[in-house]
Write a protein of this length. Structure first.
Lengths: 881, 127
C-alpha cells in the first residue's frame, strides 16, 4: 500500500472535511435520482422507483460512515464526533459541569501554584547567577555569619572551589550634590564577587583587588533600578563622587537591569578588612559563597570544609569552638535546612487536595453514569463497542479536566501573585526578591500532565464500570438504571472514606503547624508576648548629652507610663527578644589571657529593673537588678540558664566573675548576682547566641532604649497614650513605634506563619471538597431512594427515622475515614517533625480539632439531603419514578 | 481497529476493485451510478452488488492513485462526479487480473483433483 499518498489524501480529507461531506451528499443523491429515473423508465410509479433505488443502494448511513472512515483518519474523526457529543452532554447539565469544573480547577490550581513556588526555589534557584547550581553558600553555624579571618583561612585552604567571596549587608547614608542624605541598602562584597557569579557591570568596571585595600579610595557599583530611579540613568555617573556615610566614594560601575545579589540592595561596595573586621570573634558578615571546581560535588566540598573547620577549632578554640562551617546549596541556604520538609509537605498537601477532587469527580461521574445506563445500553445494543463507550466517557472526563486545568491556571496565577505580594510586603524574607515566580513552560507542562492524569484517575473507574453493563437487564429494567447500584454504592462509599481520610490528614497537619506557630511566641521565645507594647524614643545627643540626662529622661517616662490605668509594669532594654544582642569581647575569671584578635565574644542585653517580670520570664536564683545598681555601686550581671550551663556546668553561677573589654583594655570585673530563665534573642537554631548576659542599664552607657509596657488592657489601645507621654516630656521627640510585641515578632515569624496559613488554606479547600463530595453522594442516594422512603413513611416511619436513615448512610463512611485518617496522620505528621516547635506530631489538641471540624462539615453535608428526606410525601414518592 | 468485519470487507473489495478498474478501462470515464449499472449488467443474477458499498471503494482507489475523479456534466446535463482510470490503475488492473487468474487456476486445480471419496476418508480418519 502506498501509505504516503493515502496519508496525504487523508490529511486533505481532514482539512476539507465539510466540503467533501457535501460533495459526497451530492454524489449519492445523483446516484439515487438516476436509479429512480431509470426505474420510472422501465415502468415503476415514482414512489416505487424511489423505494427500489434506496433498497438497491443499501444502508445509506453506514455507507457514509464507511466513506468517512476511509476519507480521513477514523480515530480523529470519531474523536471530533465524541468531543462534540461530550460537549453537548456537558452543556445539557450545566450544574454538574460547573461543580465538576470548579472542583477540578481548585485541585489542579493549587497544585500548579505550589509547583510554581517550588519551581522557583528548588529548580530555577538564583536566576541572576551563571550555573547557579555550582554555587555553595557557607556560614559558620546555622543561619548566618562568618568572621573575616575564618573566611580567609577557608579560601586559602579549600581546594574544592574555583573561588570564594564574602558578603555582608549594611545600611548606609548616601548623599550627592543633588539631594539630601538618605538611608540606602548596600552590600559589602569581596572584589571577585561578580566574577564568581559570572556577571559584569553594563557600565564602568568591576571591583578589583586593589579596591579591597584599607587605604584604597572608596568605590561603589550601583544597582540598575537604583541608577534609574535616583540618577535617571545618567551614563556620566561613572566616575562621579557621592558621599557614603559622609565619606566621598567614586561610582565605578552599574550592574545589568534586574540583577540583585544577594537581596534587593541599592549599591555594592568592597568589603574592606579593617582591624575590627579582622577579629576572629567578630562574626558580623552575612555569608561566604564559592563556586565549585569541576568534578567537585556538594558532598566532597562539604567534607573538605568540615575538615578545615575542625582544624580551625583546634587552632582557635576560644573563638571557633562550636562554630563549624555549614555548607549549603541555594535551597538549603535561602529557605533553610528544612526546605525539603516544607516543600515536600506542601506537595503532599496539594496532592491530597487533588486526590480528593478526583474522588469527588469519580463519584459524580459514577452517579451520572449510572443515571445514563439506559442511554449507554441503547448505544451498546446498537453496536457500539466497549472501547467506544469507554472512550466516549473518558473524553468527557478529559474535557472536564481540560476546563478545570484552564481555570486552574488562573487560580495558580492569582494564587502565586498573592503569595508573592504577601511575601514581599512583609519584607522580612530577604530572599523572596531573588526568586522568579513567573509561570513558565515547566508549569504549563506540569499543569497539562496533572490535568490529564486527573482525568484518567477519576474517569477510568466509572467508564469501566459502565462498559460492563448488562445491556439486556438494563433495557428490561425500564431505564431506571438501578443495575449495578449496589456495586456503585459500595464504590462511592469507598471514595467518601478515602476523601474523609485525606481531609483528616490535612486538617491534622494544619492543626499541628498552627499550634507550632502559636508556640513559637510563648514556649519558644520564653516570654509571654501578648499584652506588651514597645517603642523606642529617639534621644537627640544635643538635648541629652550625657548619661545623667538620659537616665533622668527614662526615669520620668517610666514613672508617667506606670501611672496610666491599664499599665501593669514598665521596663527598659537595649534590644527586645528575637532582635539580636550586642556581641562583646570578654574573659572569664581564671581564663588564660589571649591576644585581642582571638578573644571570644558573648551576647549581652542591657536592661532596667523589672524586665523579666514585664516579659513574664522568671528570676530562678539570686536577684533582679534594682535602681541601686548604678555607676557608684559594684558592677553586676545576670546570666541566663544557657549561659550558666555552658560556662559553669554543675556549679553555682552566683558570685562568679567575668569582665568585658573595650578595645584591648579590660574593664572592671562583673559579678553574677542572678540566674534567669532563657529568653531567645536570636534564632533557636543558634544556641551560642542565646547564651545571654544581662547588664544593668545604669552601669552601661547604652544608646536609645526600648521601652516595654505590660498592659492589662489590649496593648494596641494604649498606643496614643504612650506617644503622648513621650511628647509630654519633649514635644518633638521622634519615636520608633509604639508597636505591640506580637507585631514586632510577627515579622520574624512571618515565614513560619505563612506556611501554617498555607496549610490551613489547603486543608480548608480539602474539607470543602470532601464535604461537597459527601453531600453529592448522599443527595444522590436520597433522590434514588425516594420511593423506598415513601413506602417506609406510608408504613408508619416517622420523619426522624428518615433523618437517622440518611445520617447512618452518610456518617458511616465518614467515621471509617476519620479513623483511618487519624491513624495515618500520626505517621504523616512525623515528616513535619523538623519544622514543629514544641508540638508532638500526634498532638491531641490538633487531632481533636481536626476531627471535630471534619464531623461538623460532614454533618452539614448530610443535613441538606436529610431534610429533603424528612419532607418526603409518601403519596408523591410512591408515584416517583 | 482491525476486526473480523473489515477482514471480510477486504475480500469483497478486492473483487470490487478489479471490477471497477476493468469497467473504467473498457468504457472510459463514468460516474458512480454508471459503474454500478455496468457491473450489475455484466454480472446480472451472479453478483448482487450493494450499490452503496461502491463509494467507499471508489474513495480508497482514488486515494491509492488508481483512479482520478472530476466533476462534470452528465448525459442529462446534471452535475456528476466522473471517475477515470490512471496509469497506476492500469498497472494495478494487470496485477489484479494476474492474481485473479492464478487464484482461479489454483481453485480449479483443487476442485478438479480431490475426489469426493477422499473427502469422506479424511472425515472418518479424524475422531
Amino acid at each position: 500500500m502506498s501509505w504516503p499518498r493515502v496519508f496525504a489524501a487523508r490529511v486533505r480529507g481532514l482539512v476539507f472535511r465539510s466540503r467533501l461531506d457535501s460533495q459526497l451528499e451530492d454524489e449519492l443523491r445523483f446516484h439515487l435520482e438516476m436509479q429512480a429515473e431509470d426505474n420510472v423508465r422501465i415502468g415503476m410509479n415514482p414512489a416505487e422507483a424511489r423505494y427500489d433505488a434506496a433498497r438497491r443502494f443499501g444502508g445509506m448511513e453506514s455507507v457514509k460512515e464507511e466513506y468517512r472512515q476511509h476519507r480521513t483518519f477514523a480515530a480523529i474523526e470519531t474523536l471530533f464526533r465524541d468531543m462534540r457529543y461530550a460537549a453537548r452532554t456537558l452543556g445539557r447539565n450545566p450544574a454538574f459541569t460547573l461543580v465538576a469544573v470548579m472542583t477540578l480547577a481548585l485541585g489542579i490550581g493549587v497544585n500548579a501554584a505550589v509547583f510554581t513556588v517550588t519551581n522557583a526555589v528548588l529548580f530555577k534557584g538564583f536566576s541572576y547567577i551563571e550555573r547557579s547550581d555550582r554555587i555553595l553558600y557557607m556560614t559558620s553555624s546555622e543561619g548566618c555569619c562568618v568572621s573575616y579571618p575564618d573566611f580567609e583561612d577557608w579560601r586559602a585552604q579549600a581546594k574544592s572551589f574555583e573561588g570564594m567571596a564574602i558578603v555582608h549587608g549594611v545600611q548606609v547614608t548616601l548623599s550627592d550634590k543633588g539631594g539630601f542624605p538618605e538611608y540606602r541598602y548596600a552590600t559589602e562584597v569581596s572584589a571577585d564577587t561578580f566574577r564568581l557569579i559570572g556577571r559584569e557591570p553594563i557600565l564602568g568596571r568591576d571591583f578589583t583587588k586593589s579596591d579591597e585595600i584599607p587605604s584604597a579610595a572608596p568605590v561603589a557599583i550601583l544597582n540598575y533600578s537604583f541608577w534609574e530611579s535616583r540618577f535617571g540613568k545618567d551614563p556620566s555617573i561613572v566616575g562621579r563622587t557621592v558621599r557614603i556615610n559622609g565619606a566621598p566614594a567614586t561610582v565605578v560601575g552599574v550592574m545589568p537591569p534586574g540583577f540583585i545579589f544577594p537581596q534587593n540592595q541599592d549599591l555594592w561596595v568592597p568589603l574592606v578588612p579593617t582591624p575590627n573586621v579582622l577579629k576572629r570573634a567578630n562574626r558580623d558578615t552575612w555569608f561566604v559563597f564559592g563556586r565549585m571546581a569541576d568534578g567537585v560535588t556538594i558532598q566532597s566540598a562539604r567534607a573538605e570544609m568540615e575538615t578545615i573547620g575542625r582544624r580551625l577549632e583546634q587552632a582557635y578554640p576560644l573563638t571557633n569552638k562550636g562554630f563549624p562551617p555549614v555548607v549549603r546549596d541555594f535551597a538549603g541556604f535561602y529557605i533553610g535546612p528544612n526546605a525539603s520538609v516544607i516543600y515536600g509537605s506542601l506537595w503532599g498537601a496539594v496532592g491530597f487536595v487533588l486526590l480528593i477532587a478526583c474522588a469527588n469527580l469519580a463519584n459524580l461521574m459514577l452517579a451520572r453514569a449510572l443515571g445514563r445506563s439506559r442511554e449507554i445500553s441503547v448505544r451498546m445494543a446498537l453496536g457500539a463497542g466497549r472501547w467506544r463507550v469507554v472512550r466516549q466517557l473518558l473524553i468527557e472526563s478529559l474535557m472536564l479536566s481540560a476546563l478545570g486545568g484552564f481555570f486552574g491556571w488562573w487560580i495558580a496565577k492569582w494564587g502565586v501573585r498573592a503569595w508573592e505580594l504577601a511575601s514581599r510586603s512583609r519584607g522580612y524574607s530577604w530572599f523572596d526578591h531573588v526568586l522568579d515566580y513567573t509561570l513558565d513552560y515547566r508549569v504549563l507542562v506540569y499543569l497539562i500532565a496533572v490535568s490529564a492524569g486527573a482525568a484518567l484517575l477519576f474517569g477510568l473507574a466509572p467508564a469501566l464500570r459502565l462498559s460492563k453493563l448488562d445491556v439486556n437487564a438494563t433495557l428490561k429494567d425500564g431505564g431506571r438504571g438501578s443495575t449495578g447500584g449496589a456495586h456503585g454504592n459500595r464504590l462511592s462509599a469507598l471514595l467518601v472514606v478515602a476523601e474523609m481520610a485525606l481531609a483528616v490528614i490535612l486538617l491534622a497537619g494544619a492543626g499541628v503547624m498552627i499550634r507550632s506557630y502559636l508556640n513559637t511566641y510563648s514556649a519558644d521565645i520564653g516570654v509571654q508576648a501578648v499584652k506588651i507594647l514597645t517603642g523606642i524614643p529617639n534621644l537627640a545627643a544635643s538635648r541629652y548629652p550625657d548619661a545623667r540626662a538620659r537616665i533622668s529622661f527614662y526615669d520620668r517616662l517610666q514613672t508617667s507610663l506606670e501611672a496610666i490605668p491599664g499599665v501593669e509594669s514598665v521596663a527598659l532594654a537595649s534590644t527586645i527578644p528575637m532582635m539580636g544582642a550586642a556581641r562583646l569581647s570578654y574573659a572569664l575569671d581564671g581564663a588564660t589571657p589571649v591576644d585581642e584578635q582571638s578573644r571570644p565574644a558573648l551576647s549581652a542585653v542591657t536592661i532596667g529593673p523589672g524586665y523579666f517580670r514585664t516579659l513574664g520570664a522568671a528570676v530562678l536564683s539570686g536577684r533582679d537588678f534594682n535602681d541601686a545598681d548604678g555607676f557608684s555601686a559594684p558592677r553586676v550581671a545576670i546570666v541566663n540558664q544557657r549561659f550558666a550551663r555552658r560556662f559553669w556546668p554543675g556549679e553555682d553561677p552566683l558570685g562568679k566573675r567575668f569582665r568585658l573589654f573595650s578595645g584591648n583594655t579590660p574593664e572592671a570585673w562583673l559579678t553574677v548576682v542572678g540566674v534567669v530563665s532563657n529568653i531567645l534573642q536570636s534564632d533557636m537554631a543558634r544556641p551560642e547566641l542565646n547564651s545571654l548576659v544581662y547588664l544593668p542599664w545604669r552601669q552601661m552607657a547604652a544608646g536609645d532604649m526600648n521601652v516595654l509596657v505590660r498592659t492589662s488592657v489590649p496593648p494596641g489601645s494604649l498606643r496614643t497614650t504612650f506617644r503622648n507621654e513621650v511628647h509630654a516630656l519633649y514635644s518633638d521627640m521622634p519615636m520608633f513605634g509604639p508597636f505591640t510585641l506580637i507585631e514586632r515578632l510577627q515579622t520574624r515569624y512571618w515565614d513560619k506563619a505563612r506556611y501554617a496559613v498555607l496549610f490551613l488554606i489547603f486543608a480548608g479547600v480539602a474539607l470543602l471538597l470532601a464535604s461537597v463530595g459527601l453531600y453529592a453522594v448522599i443527595a444522590y442516594s436520597v433522590s434514588r431512594r425516594t420511593q423506598e422512603m415513601g413506602i417506609r413513611m406510608a408504613l408508619g416511619a416517622a420523619a426522624r427515622d428518615m433523618l437517622s436513615l440518611v445520617f447512618r448512610e452518610g456518617m458511616f463512611p465518614v467515621g471509617i475515614g476519620l479513623a483511618i485518617g487519624l491513624a495515618a496522620s500520626l505517621a504523616v505528621n512525623r515528616v513535619l517533625k523538623a519544622e514543629l516547635v514544641q508540638v508532638s506530631p500526634g498532638d491531641p489538641v490538633a487531632l481533636a480539632a481536626a476531627s471535630a471540624t471534619l464531623i461538623l462539615a460532614a454533618v452539614l453535608g448530610c443535613l441538606i439531603p436529610a431534610r429533603r428526606a424528612m419532607r418526603v410525601e409518601p403519596a408523591v414518592a410512591l408515584r416517583h419514578d | 481497529m482491525k476486526d473480523e468485519h473489515s477482514a471480510k470487507a477486504d475480500v469483497l473489495q478486492g473483487t470490487l476493485v478489479l471490477l471497477v478498474l476493468r469497467t473504467l478501462e473498457a468504457l472510459g470515464p463514468l460516474h458512480g451510478y454508471g459503474i454500478a449499472r455496468r457491473i450489475e449488467q455484466i454480472s446480472k443474477e451472479l453478483l448482487q452488488l450493494n450499490q452503496g458499498t461502491l463509494y467507499p471503494a471508489l474513495l480508497r482507489m482514488e486515494q491509492e492513485g488508481w483512479i482520478t475523479s472530476k466533476w462534470g456534466a452528465s448525459e442529462k446535463n446534471r452535475k456528476a462526479k466522473f471517475y477515470s482510470i490512471s496509469s497506476g490503475g492500469r498497472k494495478q488492473l494487470a496485477r489484479e487480473t494476474k492474481d485473479w487468474e492464478r487464484m482461479r487456476s489454483t481453485i480449479d486445480r483443487f476442485l478438479g483433483s480431490i475426489p469426493e471419496t477422499l473427502g469422506d476418508e479424511a472425515r472418518s480418519g479424524t475422531p
